[in-house]
Design a protein around this ligand. Structure first.
Ligand code: BGC
Length: 371
């Protein structure tokens, strides 16, 4: 229940709704577990399947687009894969989804640019008879999202929090340790889920005084980086280095970074300030970060194998085509403020230098980097 509430709270804009839903919860969960897709009808084997992805803020999104294009084609569907642009992301994605509906898409897979701003489009999709699958990022505040397919993002945050502790303890066995906290873009529901997962591990130690947030900035709002932009993370870290670590001899032991793009920006900033690189976490197994981990700089990343996530999503599409309910393995964790969305969650894997070779053994792009 604690975990459930924490995840619900991640839907920050609608936390109160989520809480009250959680509190009186069972009817929502029941609705969720039976599904609400109307999937049993099935559709043509060569139907159009829309895939609306956010802008390319990390390598995983680039890879996902390629995998969807090829995988849907191989499965016999007409894939319509679109990315939101770099700046007008929300409006772009809204109009891309509308155009998929006009083209008669039977399933629309959405990696949301802004979790809370797709209510109108997903309602139109449902009204047209399409099934809506939230991909990687939950869509919030609407009953019209049928399924969620993702890595367990709360678990991602917990693994990041634990890696931060492990890395700092390996360097300096006893605390207190001085840390800084970063979180992702406030419009991405995942950002709050990652942060809450990490705080599930870190907060008890902050409360005890074993961990000290040097800048004092502990609130998710203070730590957020709009648009997951590297330059935003670098600028915030630059400011913190000047305000907190330039004088007075305070040593920065670790930084909670929610992904690799931000991790590398944070490391660049600390180095530019002439300070030793602290333990920095990450996520996504981006090429440059895996190299950095192997070189002993970035401490950890997370392997969320995009190939598996896309394959799972295409499996769901195939089930829907055949008129069956897609498999889900979680019907209680991901409350979007209106309902608990039936989810298929894959397990994320923490990666450090110690297990990189094993973790990427089956990844032709990353495995050579670990040799
Ligand atoms: C994804 C992360 C990614 C971030 C920025 C999140 O929603 O889950 O894997 O690092 O977006 O692209």
């Amino acid at each position: 229940m604690r975990k459930f509430l924490t995840r619900s709270l991640a839907v920050s804009a609608i936390a109160l709704v989520a809480l009250s839903t959680a509190a009186c919860g069972s009817s929502d969960r029941d609705t969720a577990s039976t599904g609400s897709s109307g999937a049993t009808k099935g559709f043509a084997k060569d139907a159009t399947i829309g895939v609306a992805l956010p802008s390319k803020t990390s390598e995983n999104w680039v890879l996902a687009g390629d995998l969807f294009t090829n995988g849907l084609k191989d499965a016999g569907f007409k894939g319509d894969v679109q990315y939101a642009g770099a700046s007008t992301t929300v409006a772009d994605q809204q109009s891309q989804i509308s155009s998929m509906i006009t083209k008669g898409a039977k399933v629309i897979v959405i990696g949301a640019t802004d979790a809370a701003q797709l209510g109108t489009q997903v309602k139109q999709a449902k009204d047209s008879g399409a099934v809506v699958i939230a991909y990687d990022r939950l869509i919030t505040g609407t009953a019209d999202v049928d399924y969620y397919v993702a890595f367990d993002n709360f678990k991602v945050g917990q693994l990041q929090g634990q890696a931060l502790l492990d890395g700092m303890k390996a360097k300096k066995p006893t605390g207190p340790w001085t840390i800084e906290l970063f979180s992702g873009s406030p419009d991405d529901n995942n950002a709050g889920v990652f942060f809450n997962g990490a705080m599930d591990v870190l907060k008890p130690l902050i409360d005890k005084g074993d961990l000290v947030v040097g800048s004092g900035q502990k609130d998710v709002k203070q730590t957020a980086i709009q648009g997951w932009k590297a330059e935003g993370a670098q600028a915030r870290m630059d400011t913190i280095m000047t305000s907190t670590y330039a004088t007075g001899g305070k040593t920065l032991d670790g930084v909670l970074s929610p992904n690799d793009t931000l991790a590398r920006a944070i490391i660049t900033s600390v180095k530019a300030a002439g300070k030793p690189v602290p333990v920095v976490t990450g996520q996504d197994s981006e090429v440059e970060s895996v190299k950095s981990i192997m070189a002993g700089e970035q401490y950890s990343t997370i392997n969320k194998d995009t190939r598996k996530l896309v394959a799972q999503t295409i499996e769901m599409v195939k089930k829907l085509q055949a008129g069956s309910e897609p498999d889900v393995n979680d019907t209680k964790s991901y409350n979007n403020g209106v309902k608990v969305v039936p989810s298929y969650l894959l397990p994320p894997v923490i990666v450090t230098k110690a297990n990189a070779a094993e973790a990427y053994a089956n990844d032709p792009k990353l495995s050579p980097l670990t040799k």
